[in-house]
Ligand binder design. Structure first.
Ligand code: NAD
Length: 384
């Protein structure tokens, strides 16, 4: 199959990410077939696409004729999976982050989609290889990890499963460019890929600091905001969902190292229904909207280099394993998390002795093996 043979796209799951990915494909000129499990969910997804198009028309970003054409001719929605996928060239799976659910969906997609169709997953952490193994076409299965919101965020991590064919990786990379996005290759299937894996290390650090009551959430968040972050780590955890963070931690703990598992205060929050923004209560009270963080409470007892050092160390693990290049780390972090510069660029200005000493301190103080300096850090290789 070539780029010119890709005519129609199906998106499976019309939620936060699915409706956005459908909109990206529609804006790039593709007819899209949007599927969800019931009428309410699929209509909600369609409404969100229409509302977003209207907003873009108002801002002058999309011509009114194009928005009308998309609404009346390009978007088709359905609750019948066969109707959604039986005549398409690419299927993008965007259902909740539950591996067993995704595997079941891939098995169904394999039986319903045309033989030539490519089957893509928007998973943010999970194994593309395991999804591919549920199909009779693992060479045509790969990950396309869009960032939230897909219409705005430029990054798409393109993840090769163990059995994905080279030509499929190349084709999907070009297709992502045609969607006006920036593809960053993830050369091996690994939990969390690039951005979510590298950001997992500082998340573990912040969680253990709160778990040990070394800092309260508000002084920590306030301090991180003063370093230029738009949102502090605890507020971000609330925003993403405490349950999501606990599930991702459990997946990383199982696949990579137990240190990535969520600490007990987060697990207790889930058990008591405190899921963050979506339940109205997490670290903060969200019942009246976004919590007001008092920046005057910013702690003076935290070294802002710590989260960057553990990010660099985590990135070095990916580079050592041949998952991505140094430049791709920075490109992915800048495009995917809105940082001004990537961690590897910052790392070039940090002396090896300082980096090694601080990482050794964090590893022993918090009893976290995952913070121990990697071979590349010990050799100063992060500075190249
Ligand atoms: N939300 C984010 O910030 C974000 C960012 C990047 C990637 N992702 C990934 O995107 C995927 C979807 O996340 P989301 O935030 O859009 O979730 P969501 O809960 O907003 O949407 C999921 C949708 O899937 C539908 N669904 C449930 N079971 C289904 C089934 N069996 N078949 C078809 N549809 C089904 C739901 O009705 C819902 O509309 C996950 O893998 C997630 O990890 C999320």
């Amino acid at each position: 199959m070539t780029l010119d043979d890709i005519h129609t796209i199906a998106v499976i799951g019309a939620g936060d990410m699915g409706h956005g990915i459908a909109e990206v494909a529609l804006l790039a000129g593709y007819p899209v077939r949007l599927y969800d499990i019931n009428e309410e969910a699929v209509h909600h997804g369609v409404d969100r696409i229409f509302n977003s198009l209207d907003r873009m028309v108002k801002k002058g970003k999309v011509p009114v004729e194009l928005a009308e054409q998309i609404k009346s001719q390009r978007l088709f929605s359905t609750t019948d999976l066969e109707e959604a996928v039986s005549k398409v060239d690419i299927v993008v799976e965007v259902v909740p982050e539950v591996l067993e659910l995704k595997k079941q969906i891939f098995r169904k997609l394999d039986s319903l989609a045309p033989r030539h169709a490519l089957l893509l997953s928007n998973t943010s952490t999970m194994s593309i290889t395991e999804m591919g193994n549920m199909t009779g076409r693992p060479g045509q299965v790969l990950g396309t990890h869009f960032f939230n919101p897909p219409v705005i965020m430029k990054l798409v991590e393109v993840i090769r499963g163990d059995d994905t064919a080279d030509e499929v990786v190349q084709l999907v990379t070009r297709w992502v460019e045609k969607l006006n996005k920036v593809p960053v290759p993830v050369k091996k299937d690994t939990p969390g890929f690039i951005v979510n894996r590298i950001n997992a290390a500082p998340a573990v650090l912040f969680q253990v600091i709160v778990e040990r009551c070394e800092l309260e959430p508000e002084p920590l968040d306030a301090f991180m905001r003063t370093t230029g972050l738009p949102i502090g780590p605890c507020e971000l955890t609330d925003y993403v969902g405490i349950d999501v963070m606990v599930n991702v931690g459990a997946y990383f703990a199982e696949k990579l190292h137990p240190n990535y598992g969520a600490p007990s205060h987060l697990i207790k929050m889930v058990e008591t229904g405190k899921l963050g923004k979506k339940s109205g209560q997490g670290y903060y009270d969200w019942s009246n909207g976004r919590p007001r963080i008092d920046l005057s409470k910013a702690t003076k007892e935290f070294n802002p280099q710590f989260p960057i050092f553990v990010q660099i160390n985590e990135a070095c693990k990916l580079i050592e394993e041949g998952i991505c290049s140094v430049d791709d780390v920075d490109r992915a972090i800048v495009l995917g998390s809105g940082a001004r510069v990537g961690p590897m660029q910052i790392g070039r200005t940090v002396a090896k002795l300082e980096m090694v000493n601080q990482l050794n301190f964090l590893a022993s103080h918090y009893n976290m093996e995952i913070f121990k300096p990697t071979r590349t850090v010990l050799e100063g290789g992060y500075k190249h």
